[in-house]
Write a protein that binds this ligand. Structure first.
Ligand code: PHE
Length: 345
């Protein structure tokens, strides 16, 4: 009986050595290890053997079974390698240094401006955060001091989901989560965060209104932050983006989450202030609403308004991109019109 096991092993080795494909390997596996395979037969016959024989043959045949499995595996792997080798020999030589004939894409103008502002603010110690696009009513409204039935909600009508959540109407929706994430600032180390994002509002679409647009919000909270800090950062921002002096005006503005609140308008760069459809004939464009964070908002974010103050600004990123590049119609930006969009480098 032991000779039979030995013979099986030799036979198997010879057959395997001749195999040239995965199908052949599979056939060999079935011939030896399959239900009616040669090794299986020996295992089945164990039950008719006497105890001593059963022990010896059983051991040997199990060792052989393991060996066969391992050899089959290795042979299959070798086959793969050979196949790959052959494919490589057949393949045309490929020169990786040839320039692409495909057109390369370009960054969206909003992305370009966003990255530019991120770079400026990172150099001033700001962290970049990401807010969710789908928000709870609490984060979008209550947490920024806009309770239910507050008239300010009317100006930010948006799209509600069937589960009661909504598409965020402004990047301010992330304020609460960010304050909670970082907690109270350490002395002399104000919390400085920039959080750009896509916002949604139920708008009648025209040259300057879209239902989907981008804002870029910034927040600085510390033990001694004042309006002077706010104005300084706004000036740096605008001069870096426009690389020239732009006329701005600061006027009081109302937002429930800041006190005092301001509107920073810029002179319309499309018409030079004469009045056009982009600036609704006024010559000015609301670009940078901002203000000192309302104590209620700090409290809801877990930050003590008796110890800390801070400013926030909500830059209209889409508008800024339009001003920077002289894009007259906001609809171009979401149009997917590559010819229009790839001009901006
Ligand atoms: N979230 C406000 C809006 O979208 C803008 C804003 C942000 C105003 C931060 C003040 C401070 O209208």
């Amino acid at each position: 009986m032991l000779e039979i096991v030995e013979k099986l092993k030799k036979e198997f080795d010879a057959k395997l050595a001749e195999s040239k494909s995965n199908d052949e390997i599979e056939a060999i596996r079935i011939a030896y290890l399959g239900k009616k395979g040669a090794v299986t037969d020996v295992l089945k016959s164990l039950k008719d053997m006497d105890a001593e024989m059963k022990k010896q043959v059983g051991q040997q045949v199990n060792v052989l079974k393991d060996e066969i499995e391992e050899k089959l595996r290795l042979q299959a792997k070798k086959m793969e390698e050979i196949k790959y080798q052959m494919a490589m020999e057949r393949a045309e030589p490929f020169d990786f240094s040839i320039p692409s004939t495909q057109e390369i894409g370009s960054l969206h103008p909003i992305t370009i401006v966003q990255r530019q502002i991120e770079t400026i603010f990172k150099s001033m110690g700001f962290i970049i955060e990401d807010g969710l696009e789908i928000q709870t009513e609490y984060n979008n409204f209550e947490a920024v001091n806009i309770p239910k039935h507050h008239p300010a909600r009317d100006m930010q009508d948006t799209y509600y989901l069937s589960n009661g959540q909504l598409l965020k109407t402004h990047t301010s929706a992330a304020q609460n989560a960010i304050m909670r994430k970082y907690g109270a600032p350490k002395p002399g180390e104000p919390l400085r965060v920039l959080f750009p994002g896509r916002c949604f509002r139920n708008e009648n679409i025209d040259a300057s209104h879209e239902n989907t647009f981008f804002q870029l919000e910034g927040m600085m909270i510390g033990d001694n932050i004042s309006i002077s800090n706010l104005i300084y950062f706004m000036k740096v921002l605008l001069s870096e983006v426009f690389e020239r002096d732009v006329k701005v005006r600061l006027r009081p503005g109302f937002f429930p989450f800041v006190e005092p609140g301001f509107e920073l308008d810029i002179n319309c760069l499309i018409c030079g202030g004469k009045g056009c459809s982009t600036c609704k004939q006024s010559g000015w464009l609301e670009l940078l609403p901002c203000g000192m964070i309302h104590p209620n908002v700090l409290t809801m974010g877990g930050i003590d308004p008796e110890k800390y103050t801070g400013f926030a600004f909500g830059l209209g990123l889409t508008r800024l991109a339009m001003m920077k590049y002289g894009i007259k119609d906001i609809r171009v930006l979401n149009s997917g019109n590559l010819k229009a969009l790839k001009q901006f480098k």
